[in-house]
Write a protein that binds this ligand. Structure first.
Ligand code: ZN
Length: 631
């Protein structure tokens, strides 16, 4: 048994690796830079976690998704592996303490948000680190040509230069050929070993339906699934559709990033445990979630591009059992996709306007130093400046890509308290302000570490212990803060904006509009690929997807809607005509139900025949849509 296998067995309890995992790990352990393209659920993280444990030192994992990071660290801890993370919005002192620990500590994996890499604090510690591996998760984020470019990723190359002997492992679940090449170029890794798992998912039935009655179709298909995710493009739509489904007696709940943290968590748990079988969610849902028995992923709205479609559809059928990925679309979706090209790439003057609004919103004066976190709620921001959400969000993203700031997803930070005064000063306080002294004495009793570092606290617990009203307690803490006896940080539960840039006048802001134009062209290509995928009726869907992700495939999959329609034996007009009449002789049936009973390939033939039979007055259609056989 190799050492990697022993580690897998010891910590995870598995006897064997999944396909490609072992090859990737062997390469990394031999010190070779490696690019691994593994679909979601393909066991990416084990590829760096096992090497991290096999050698002295620790593995630096760069990952853009805070929730994923937290989740991974929790899971590692459950396997008795020491891991920690540094992400958006964390306090300077906390970060400093973690980095300090990394110098000597037994911790084997450090997860870090990319915008942290260039901070002075991190740069100060970096050269002293004993790295055994640099793992770059979501490596496609380094490419401008990909669908999720994050300029902070470009800094990774300089870490690699500082540690030329340390292997780098770049991982992604989706990368077209251009993006693959760009990853290697931007990371400056020469001749890496490349491993690519097939993106084929032979147990998923890909299906696209044109529909003007999406609600009815959704109810119909969702009803039959024990576990389903329905993806919508807007928060409002998730709420609306979940309500509709519940009216149809389907147990469904909405999920989106605008919901309170507790509610989000409860909804997710209820779905994970199967108590709520149907989750109606924005695309914020599903990252890092591994539920094996999802039978259906329904795209209620057309996805933005094939990367998103593939990733989201791929959440179905993880167990290997047959599953269905159905996307609905109509002319409105196509229009929206086409229109998005304009609002995704607004004019230069609009970009300057948004920059100005952001610095006013955050109250950042000209000349303010870079590298600071701010709470930033896009919905609130748009409301205050009367901005339309879609173009404003795109402008924020484009300005982010210009390197001005980094926006991060919502992350929860508990309130923290640290005493900055010494015991002597606190004793004096007790004499002069007995009520404030009562609070500090209580805090000391409850939290042993409160002198040493910012200690996470629960205000409600303290209020209960000290028999104080929570609001009053908060005011007293703020007062103690103003008196510089302690530092109190309120709890946070929202997205953050990390301001990189030295704040300038919006008129003097440097914007590379040629780059924006290039991005727009790429975006157009991706959008058009999505549209033709939706409208396609002749080519195997899986073949299109695999080719899109640079995998050559010449045979049809046999299990997508296009393939199935091709394989259907079409009845002759005469046979079908007889069949319709036979059916109507038994009972009246609605035209919609009748059409729904036939495969897509036959529907056109069927409607033509129904029309002919009506002209011949052999059948008639009643005002309520029911077809009747005329005796
Ligand atoms: Zn096919």
């Amino acid at each position: 048994m190799s050492s990697a296998q022993q580690i897998l067995q010891k910590y995870w309890g598995y006897n064997a690796f999944r396909p490609l995992q072992e090859d990737i790990i062997d390469n990394v352990l031999n010190g070779k830079d490696t690019l691994a393209l593994l679909p979601t659920g393909g066991g990416k993280s084990v590829c760096y976690q096992v090497p991290a444990l096999a050698k002295k030192g620790f593995c630096l994992v760069i990952s853009p998704l805070v929730s994923l990071m937290q989740d991974q660290v929790e899971r590692l801890k459950a396997h008795d592996i020491l891991a920690t993370y540094i992400h958006a919005g964390m306090h300077y002192n906390d970060v400093n303490r973690i980095l300090q620990n990394m110098l000597h500590g037994p911790i084997k994996l450090l997860y870090i948000s990319p915008e942290r890499l260039q901070t002075e604090l991190f740069q100060e510690y970096l050269p002293e680190f004993d790295l055994n591996l640099i793992a770059v998760d979501e490596a496609h984020c380094i490419s401008q040509w990909g669908h999720d470019f994050r300029p902070d990723y470009l800094k990774i190359a300089s870490i690699k230069q500082l540690f030329p002997e340390v292997p780098l492992l770049a991982l992604t679940a989706s990368a077209t050929k251009d993006v693959q090449e760009d990853i290697m170029l931007q990371l400056q890794i020469k001749q890496p070993a490349i491993y690519k798992a097939s993106f084929e998912r032979s147990n998923i039935f890909y299906e696209i339906k044109y529909s003007e009655q999406k609600n009815a179709v959704a109810s119909e298909v969702v009803k039959r699934a024990n576990s389903a995710i329905v993806y919508c493009r807007s928060r409002y739509q998730t709420e609306q559709l979940a309500r509709n489904l519940r009216n149809d007696h389907i147990n469904a709940l909405p999920y989106h990033a605008g919901m309170a943290k507790d509610l989000r968590q409860n909804t997710q748990e209820s779905w994970m445990q199967g108590k709520t079988p149907v989750m109606v969610a924005t695309t914020a849902f599903g990252m890092g979630i591994d539920k094996a028995d999802v039978q259906l992923v329904l795209h209620y709205d057309a996805p933005e591009h094939l990367e998103a479609y593939y990733q989201e559809a791929g959440r179905a059928g993880r167990s290997g059992a047959d599953a269905r990925a159905l996307a609905l679309y109509n002319a409105k979706d196509i229009n929206k996709l086409q229109e998005s090209i304009a609002w995704k790439f607004p004019k230069e003057s609009y970009l300057r306007e948004i920059y100005q609004a952001v610095v006013e919103y955050l109250q950042i004066p000209i000349g303010t130093q870079p590298d600071q976190y701010f709470d930033f709620d896009i919905a609130d921001f748009c409301k205050k400046f009367k901005l339309e959400a879609l173009p404003a969000t795109s402008a924020l993203k484009l300005l982010e890509q210009e390197g001005l700031w980094t926006m991060t997803d919502a992350v929860y930070h508990p309130a923290t308290i640290q005493f900055t005064a010494d015991r002597h000063e606190l004793d004096n306080l007790l004499q002069v302000y007995p009520d404030l002294g009562y609070v500090t004495t209580g805090l000391l009793r409850m939290y042993g570490t409160i002198f040493q570092f910012p200690t996470p606290v629960r205000l409600s617990t303290i209020a209960k212990q000290l028999r104080l009203d929570k609001d009053l307690l908060e005011r007293m803490l703020q007062q103690l803060g103003r008196m510089e006896l302690l530092s109190y940080n309120k709890s946070k539960d929202g997205p953050q904006l990390f301001f990189h840039h030295l704040r300038v006048d919006s008129k003097h802001l440097h914007l590379d509009m040629q780059r924006v134009l290039n991005l727009r062209k790429r975006y157009e290509v991706r959008t058009n690929a999505m549209i033709s995928f939706l409208e396609n009726k002749s080519e195997c869907r899986e073949k299109i997807l695999l080719n899109y992700f640079g995998e050559e495939r010449h045979t049809d999959c046999g299990h997508c809607d296009v393939c199935r329609n091709k394989n259907i034996v079409r009845p002759s007009n005469k046979e079908l005509r007889a069949e319709i009449l036979e059916r109507l002789k038994d009972s009246e049936i609605s035209l919609r139900t009748m059409i729904a009973n036939y495969p897509d390939a036959i529907k056109e033939q069927l409607t033509t025949l129904v029309r002919q039979l009506m002209d011949e007055e052999l059948i008639s259609v009643l005002p309520n849509g029911t077809i009747k056989y005329n005796n």
